[in-house]
Ligand binder design. Sequence first.
Ligand code: XIL
Length: 378
Amino acid sequence: MPASGYLFTRMAVCAMLLIAATAAAQQPTSLKQAYQGDFYVGAALNEAEITGQDQHSDAIVLQQFNSISPEDALKWAIINPEPGVFNFSLGDQYVAFGVQHHMWIVGHNLVWHNQVPAWVFRDENGKLLTRDALLARMKQHIFLEVERYRGKIQSWDVVNEALNEDGTLRQSLWYKIIGPDYIARAFEYAHEADPQAQLTYNDYNLANPAKLAGVIRLVKQLKAQGVPIDCVGMQDHDHLGSPTPEQEDTAIRSIAATGVKVAISELDINVLPWPGTGNTAEVSMHMAANPKLNPWPNGLPKDIQQKLMDQYAALFRVFYRDRADISRVTFWGVTNAQSWLNNWPIPGRTNYPLLFDRAGEPTPAYGAVLNVPGNAAK
Ligand code: XIL
């Protein structure tokens, strides 16, 4: 072979190898890699995952995610169930797990109307507290958690679910005893306790236009008063077909237009029959078990699987397009086996809301989500 022909063949082989290597490098092998530089991808951890009893799920967490949320470990009812009784053991293990694995660690949550013990609102004689006394108790609790994990928990859900579906403020005991400014005070205390932490207002069904208008009003008011709010968490406990990608996009963009980041904070898609109306995630809602409302105990039919995959892909196309406004996308759980939606609002159902199946294997929807950024680049 003439020297020039030999050289040409070598160059062609090198070019082919390079193209193959680039293609391989472009194919992401994890969610965190697929959205690297766009937003964190997180999962909520339950007790077994935090304590290392569920090694199988922990392996998925380490391979796929770069952010974690605590499903329950930092809620008031766990941290401080009785006056003077404190349980930090699970919270400390949760934070240690995140620090060890260099995760973006989320604190969930500080002020909420659920999973808060009844004693919090009452004095030793059982009488409802005064405004000042409840404000003092709220401040103490916020400092207790936020100072303990200062510099480790990067983002706190300061107030959870303060809005009604019509966009007005929920008449919780926080609201009734302190007044509407309990929200502003909670953010100020959290900021005082850790000036570096990202502070989030978190709620469900924010794609509902009336509630969306309410959250926008709230954020604008808080910002006008100089309250340190950095982010709005859209929980996104979604249903098949709802919200639409367009509604999701509108919500993300109009929230971000107020000057805060958006976190998709508790994503899952409920595929089972829904006994209520609207996309509520009110955890106090309970209904009796009924086999008709648990249609797929032995596996998801192909057509539903397809719908779930299409909806996940469409949602992530929106998230990817709006990535400049989004700080993280967190799934509310790791595998379908341990999703809270197997037991809420009806106990003992078999649900399929996440990207990993009961055996911890990736579902078709996982593949679709993984490929969104690559497909957008084509
Ligand atoms: C859920 C947890 O996943 C369950 O383990 C618990 O029994 C009830 O709360 N919105 C929230 C979360 O902000 O804290 C809720 O988490 C789901 C709805």
